[in-house]
Design a protein around this ligand. Sequence first.
Ligand code: EPU
Length: 441
Amino acid sequence: MTDSYIIKGGKPLKGEVILSGAKNVALKTIIAALMFKGNVILKNIPKINDVLDLIELIKSLGATARFMEKNTLIINGDSLKNNKVELQYGSKIRVSFMLIAPLLNRFGECFVPNPGGCRIGARPIDRIIKGLVALGVKINYDTETGYYHAKIVNKPKGNYRFEKPSHTGTELLMMIGLMTDEKVEIENIANEPEIDDLILYLNSSGANILEESNKIIVNKCPELRQKETFTIMSDRNELVTYATLAVASGGDVTISPINKNLISSFLKIMKIAGAGVEEISNYKYRFFYQGKIKPVNIETSPHPGFMTDWQPSWAILMLKANGPSVIHERVFENRFSYVNELKKFGANIDFVDVKVNDPDSYYHFNHDKNRAYQQTIKIVGSSELHNAVLNIGDLRAGAALACGALLANGESVVNGASILERGYEDFVGKVKKLGGEIKKV
Ligand code: EPU
């Protein structure tokens, strides 16, 4: 057996978690670093599989990158020499298509494969391609090779309005905007705080990016050069994983550092569910079991709503709730790979049909009226969970399955540890520190 966790569950988890840096900022700051002149030093970069794969990828393009200290990464893109992302690297990690920005910046032309990554839906990039074209990038897709060929003839300029927002789409078009000689405007943007952190990083290095309500304006910037090291924000998704696990296990866990604004919708719902939430300071929170957990229905939505990345962890908490609850997923169309797996623990969880009046506007993916979707699940809490053998389908589902095993009585096997470790740094070490019995085999 390889790539599995053996987990003995049933114990309340207690102690402290120090959060790692946010995966969804780390990846973008590394890619954007290739547009800078000179060295770029990034602190709080999590050593997770997605980051390690991206480092291998940028090295294959000629950049240099190495960890100076535990989580401090130094990158230099001056030596970029290839304008083609090889499939063996690109297919491993979805954000590889964002390399279009630094490669166009350096070479004016590049070849990037259709993105891989987590299987949480079809994940088309149609909106992003339209945006690139609107800003003046010429782009063609070769169905035989699976490659995009992008080219810049004139400097990007103009504006683009997303029909529906896209998180990485907003970031990629913003990076393309950095090449403008005039101005680029992007409207109906995603408002995730990870994007704000990326803007902070770019502006602290010479960019001139303004964020207005629902709009980003990228002004001409002569060059990007780091003036001081940049520390990326904490991972709010990691906080939610450990906070729900703490309460569901009947435990008591303190988590830091985190800015309250990043998790306010989560804190609100935790309190409604009757979880113990104590603000120890404005960057440190305690989550603890304080009696029966109440069932709370949620629907996912972009920031400032209840994030899609949090719903698998919410399902884990609701397994311990005192009654039935419903989760409605609005952002991705395949984010419930954990449902059939959790049933193996004896969990009372299943898909339900819920009629939506205007699915085109309600869902954030491109809804096809001729297709059948399973976007809603019902969980009836309070059932005793027993041990099982489970398979991880995607990153956040993986965390839910490992946490489910920590709640279940007996010894479980969770296969696919490397998928979970795409996004969670030292999962085994952090769980052990809370008293959880877990080992990787
Ligand atoms: N979409 C399209 N066409 C596009 C772009 C998006 O149909 O051109 C659809 C997507 O398929 C999805 C919805 O629009 O159904 C929203 O997608 P978005 O582009 O906003 O998501 P993303 O950029 O691919 C990022 C994070 C996700 C996170 C979402 C929502 C990264 C690398 N990924 O994905 O994180 O769930 O935003 O905030 O930043 C994770 O960390 O596990 C993860 C999946």
